[in-house]
Design a protein around this ligand. Structure first.
Ligand code: ADP
Ligand code: MG
Length: 231
């Protein structure tokens, strides 16, 4: 089987990346979640822990031997230099491990996707993933904030702190090959995902381009010049 496309689903907190990723997974995509990869690397015995201990000291491990995430979060949100130090350890490793999982998934999946909160912000990660396309999930910042808070796991000021360190909408859109504007209902989101799915599957060399997929591409304005905006 020919290589499936590797596609990054990229957006700010609360934009709807994971929702979009779940919809693609229902259609048959294999999705690699970079948050889950980060947790694996910092679980007991995880392969980022030695470097984290060397840089920050053993005080950042909890009783189980995992990274004490709350303690580390408090440090890196208060000190940008510490955050950069942590990211220099984590991002290349997240990239390597995600790529490894993707290559494994590529044996059976028609499309391999990555759920990515960072990309512009993480050049090392981006380099290692070797993406074929970047799909940006975009929505107004107020909506991001409202959705992220409605999940109930973060306070408003924590959501704002994440938004402040993430790239701007314009920076994300500047690297997009495709864009889904997720500011409407879940039903319309699903319709946009279905349309893109047909185009992505058709881009697999073995699948061949079907007339339906060709017209889906044309509807999205994807002639290779600039992003296909689905809004
Ligand atoms: N179009 C939508 N309509 C209603 N709720 C949505 C929509 N898109 C996402 N959500 C909800 O918003 C929250 C954030 O979405 P999520 O996919 O988790 O964002 P991200 O992974 O980008 O942080 C979730 O609770 C999700 O169910
Ligand atoms: Mg998510």
């Amino acid at each position: 089987m020919a290589d499936p496309p590797f596609i990054g689903i990229y957006g700010g907190i609360g934009s709807g990346k994971s929702t979009v990723a779940a919809l693609f997974a229902q259609l048959g995509a294999s999705v690699i979640d970079s948050d889950a990869v980060a947790r694996e690397l910092t679980a007991p015995g995880g392969n980022a822990l030695d470097a984290i201990c060397a840089a920050f000291g053993p005080g950042f491990l909890d009783a189980s031997g995992a990274l004490d995430r709350a303690r580390m979060r408090a440090l890196v949100f208060a000190h940008a230099a510490e955050r950069l130090r942590l990211e220099a350890i984590l991002h290349p490793r997240i990239g390597e491990r995600s790529r490894e999982l993707a290559v494994r998934a590529a044996v059976h999946a028609p499309v391999v996707m990555f759920d990515l909160p960072l990309l512009v912000e993480a050049p090392e990660l981006r380099k290692r993933l070797q993406l074929d396309r970047i799909l940006v999930v975009d929505c107004p910042v107020d909506l991001q904030r409202a959705r992220a808070q409605a999940r109930g796991t973060m306070a408003g000021h924590e959501v704002d702190a994440v938004i402040a360190i993430q790239a701007s909408r314009a920076q994300r859109l500047a690297i997009a090959d495709d864009v889904i504007v997720n500011a409407d209902t879940l039903e319309s989101l699903r319709a946009r995902v279905d349309l893109l799915w047909r185009a992505y599957v058709a881009s697999t060399p073995t699948a061949g381009a079907t007339p339906a997929a060709d017209s889906a591409r044309k509807d999205m304005g994807d002639g290779g010049a600039g992003p296909a905006v689905l809004s």
